[in-house]
Design a protein around this ligand. Sequence first.
Ligand SMILES: *Cc1c(COP(=O)(O)O)cnc(C)c1O
Length: 233
Amino acid sequence: MKIDNNLKHAINNVIQNIRDAAVKSGRKPEDVLLLGVTKTVDVETMQKIYDLGVTHFGENRVQEYLKKSDIIRRECHWHIIGRLQTNKVRYLDQRITLIHSLDRIELAEAIQKRGQKINHIFPVLVQVNVSGEDTKAGIYPDDVMNFLTNVSKMGNIKVKGLMTMAPYTEDPEEVRYIFKKIKKLAVDIEREKVENISMEELSMGMSGDYKIAIEEGSTIVRVGSALFGERVY
Ligand SMILES: *Cc1c(COP(=O)(O)O)cnc(C)c1O
């Protein structure tokens, strides 16, 4: 019982922080989606958070998504958030609400092919690497427009916006510029009016930096450890 109370407390706390950050920056709290990052989290806990109001789940392994989605007894929304291997794309299906991590053209081609095969249009976000760290996946900001032009021709992919991962820092103020840069990039792209490309979603902000990300325009925050505690692999 204590665990449930902790979970409830953690969720309420994050939801309150989301509200505060939205209001502080003149935005509507309901324009920010709380995506529960449920990698390594068991199905029972996921059902509990669903019942507490977190109905969107982010997984970074397709295998884990498949396993959980078969046994979970809730109408939840599934997001793929981590680096997606091309050979895993054939397992993706209509139940995926959003793929956050489109970061290379070969992956786009694989998703397009899969979409054609199952007659489905996959909503995706393009992952952008603002910090320039080699370890972070993503398209460099200068290359995003060109990348989008290529993806826009793929009829079974619908680009809905951008995603980024900021490097971990003790002080999230240090990564505010990254979120600002993504927002500006999205505004610039929107202005180009590329067919089949929209910039309505910005997936940015994790447990350590989601408040700052919301202040800079995030529409989806991907929160794991602030809800579930530190992950045990
Ligand atoms: C694990 C993960 C998160 C959540 O990280 P926390 O710091 O636990 O909130 C968000 N986005 C991606 C892509 C992740 O892999």
